[in-house]
Design a protein. Structure first.
Lengths: 463, 264
């Protein structure tokens, strides 16, 4: 027992499927009894992480510890965890009772005790009287309950849940969320829950781990994650938000939307580019003119959404922002807005321009991203090929519809609206990321041609 | 004219040629078999044929022997076919489709040709023809009919069932006995049907592979009819038909049949 505080310890876990890296140096420590949710878009590696814990996937690097014991080479059937599978995976040749009793029967537990425990487990998930039913005759929600009972009856140290509610309708999902939370509180078993539904994660969890591209972006309580996202991806993925480019003028002063605002963030340095996140409910709307207003704009649309109105405002400086308010503001109306300092979330920019590793192959050509680009004549060229770093500004990358004639093709992976432009992550066929700022509208998964003009290629020596 | 057009326009009308074909070549012969079975050569109604069958030890013995051979063939086919299907369905086995094709290619050659070749092979190896070679021939000919339905079912079993069993504490042996095997039973049942029924009625393989020394039930029917004993032959055919229908009743679960890849 190395560290008894943590029921699960994942250290430096990496996993490749072929040449695609699905997990990149993941570290995760889970306290006993916690309800932890791994949240991320499909393909972010969250299910692989769960399967590594269950034992169906072996990590290429790193160590897996459950209950203080090293589990890397322990087969799934010897691990103190049980799984609720995404499609339930109830055995179709067994009835409800035999499905739930499956784990106990394998452990040669006396028949009487099995019966007692099965009844108790079924009662817990409100499925008493269904013992002798054929599992295929049950509804999705009922199958889900049986799957939970079947996984919990072995008294696992950790219950792994792989998007267990994704196949249920909205109403059913809400009910099951409450029941899951109750079961968790009653049993005190550690729950590790995988989902792509941010609302589910916020409702259920003690701790949320946000993942993207095989990397943990942020781990923390739902409130922390919502209020203090560490980067634009987390801010965009959790809840609605306005994500804007800004400049940190000095400590406690930030410029965005063309205005200076007071804020509470420090330590970013002076005149540093940052991302600023404002939640739609944190912008206060008033009829213009109003002296208290920090900036002004015109209402573009106003949609009632049940509890609040969602209002789109174009500011006088031309930025589009989304605001939630309990009062309606008619389209075309002039409005003034206020943002409180503590509601401004400032985040360090991960990068300020594209930087590619490349190779100068003659005076006017550089090889990068798998192809040759023409560049302006370079002083670095001394008659020999040389490794270089290439900087390209986000707005200097052109995206083209015509992919047949493009030398470099990529697909749009992630889109962020920054108030007056879109910020795209485009992945090339060689799996390199190219970041693009554009005013054109693209959809996720669009295939695009990528073009960079010679004068926009800035080459410096590789260190 | 309108009525004729309407008649041919209905889709159900298109089945008429097929129905006529079925009437002449399936229903009528079946009726004739039943009629002939209960008549004497002069055409009078009689139960004599049944009496002859029961009293004449040879026919009954051959029937029992035939069922025995069919059972042994089926069992050997399961024992050989299940592991083969299991290995083929294993996703780690990349060239599975090539192997399946290898199992199926011999099926493109006529049964008699294949069996004659087997006879020649045994002659070349100086293996005496008899019961053992008969069973070998049967298994050789019918094994693919066992492998294919089992393979189809095994391939369709979702891997999450196996994972769920492992997750609940089953080692590899338990996963097989508690999950994979029960879930693949429809394929086994389907395979049994495909092997057992034809082996009861076959006579060509027996004739060629035993130099006509061992007689199966099919052989006796053929001999009787060849010798002009139409009525007795019809009765024997009727008995065999009943046997096949009875075997089929064990497999009346429609769901299972469709799960077996629609092979029945």
């Amino acid at each position: 027992m190395k560290d008894s505080n943590f029921i699960i310890s994942l250290d430096h876990i990496s996993k490749w499927f072929g040449d695609k890296q699905v997990l990149n140096d993941v570290n995760l420590h889970v306290k006993k009894g916690e309800f932890i949710t791994i949240l991320g878009p499909s393909g972010c590696g969250k299910t692989t992480l769960l399967r590594i814990l269950a034992g169906f996937v072996t990590p290429d690097e790193g160590t897996v510890e459950i209950g203080g014991e090293q589990m890397n080479s322990i087969p799934p059937y010897k691990r103190p965890v049980n799984t609720v599978f995404q499609r339930y995976a109830l055995f179709p040749h067994l009835n409800v009772y035999d499905n739930v009793a499956f784990g106990l029967k394998l452990n040669k537990i006396p028949e009487e005790e099995i019966e007692q425990r099965v009844r108790k487990a079924l009662k817990m998930v409100n499925m008493t009287d269904y013992e002798w039913r054929d599992v295929e005759s049950l509804s999705g929600g009922q199958q889900q309950r049986v799957a939970i009972a079947r996984a919990l009856i072995n008294s696992p140290e950790v219950l792994l849940l792989d998007e267990p509610l994704s196949a249920l309708d909205h109403k059913m999902r809400k009910d099951m969320q409450i029941e899951l939370k109750e079961i968790h509180e009653k049993l005190g078993v550690t729950f590790l829950y995988v989902t792509h539904d941010q609302e589910e994660a916020l409702t259920l969890s003690d701790t949320i781990v946000v993942m993207n591209d095989g990397v943990i972006q942020q781990a923390g309580s739902p409130i922390d994650i919502y209020n203090e996202p560490v980067n634009a991806f987390v801010a965009d993925f959790i809840g609605e938000s306005n994500i804007l480019n800004g400049t940190m003028i000095c400590d406690r002063k930030v410029n965005f939307l063309g205005h200076d605002f007071d804020c509470v963030d420090e330590g970013f340095g002076e005149n540093k580019p940052v991302d600023v996140v404002i939640r739609p409910e944190d912008i206060y709307l008033m009829e213009a003119p109003n002296k208290a207003g920090q900036f002004e704009g015109t209402v573009q649309s106003c949609v009632f959404q049940g509890i609040h109105y969602e209002i789109t405002v174009i500011t006088d400086e031309g930025y589009e922002i989304v605001i939630q308010d309990y009062n309606p503001f008619e389209a075309g109306m002039k409005v003034a807005m206020i943002i409180k300092p503590q509601d401004i979330q400032v985040m360090k920019k991960e990068r300020t321009c594209n930087t590619f590793e490349g190779k100068l192959i003659d005076e006017t050509h550089v090889e990068m991203l798998g192809i040759e680009f023409e560049c302006l004549p370079q002083e670095l060229w001394q008659g020999e090929k040389v490794d270089v770093l290439v900087d390209v500004d986000f707005d200097k990358v052109d995206l083209l519809d015509d992919i047949d004639n493009a030398e470099l093709v990529g697909d749009v992976r992630f889109i962020l609206y920054k108030g007056d432009h879109y910020f795209l992550t485009v992945m090339t066929e060689d799996r390199d990321n190219v970041y693009v700022a554009t005013n054109d509208v693209w959809d996720e998964r669009d295939l695009v041609g990528i073009k960079i003009l010679p004068e926009d290629i800035h080459i410096r020596k590789a260190e | 004219m309108g009525k004729i057009k309407q008649f041919f326009g209905r889709r159900s009308s298109w089945s008429i040629p097929y129905l006529i074909f079925m009437l002449i070549f399936v229903v009528l012969p079946l009726v004739l078999v039943v009629l002939y079975a209960f008549r004497d050569p002069s055409g009078k109604f009689t139960f004599d044929n049944i009496r002859t069958f029961i009293n004449e030890k040879e026919s009954v013995n051959t029937l029992v022997y035939s069922i025995g051979i069919a059972l042994i063939t089926t069992i050997i086919c399961i024992l050989l076919g299940y592991p083969a299907a299991y290995i083929l369905s294993n996703s780690k086995f990349r060239s599975a489709s090539v192997m399946v094709a290898l199992f199926l290619i011999p099926m493109f050659i006529n049964v008699l040709m294949r069996t004659l070749a087997t006879v020649a092979l045994f002659g070349f190896m100086k293996v005496p023809l008899g019961q053992a070679t008969l069973i070998f021939g049967m298994v050789y000919n019918y094994l693919p009919f066992m492998i294919l339905p089992i393979y189809t079912v095994l391939q369709k079993i979702d891997k999450s069932y196996r994972e769920a069993a492992q997750d609940l504490g089953a080692d590899n042996v338990k996963v097989f006995t508690k999950v994979t095997l029960p879930l693949s039973m429809p394929g086994v049942v389907s395979g049994i049907m495909m092997v057992f029924m034809p082996t009861i009625s076959t006579f060509a393989i027996a004739e060629l592979l035993t130099m006509n020394n061992i007689k199966l039930f099919g052989t006796i029917i053929q001999e009787n009819i060849n010798n002009g004993m139409w009525n007795y032959g019809a009765l024997l055919s009727l008995i065999m038909l009943i046997l096949i229908v009875v075997t089929n009743l064990f497999n009346d679960d429609k769901e299972e049949a469709s799960a077996a890849g629609g092979l029945i």
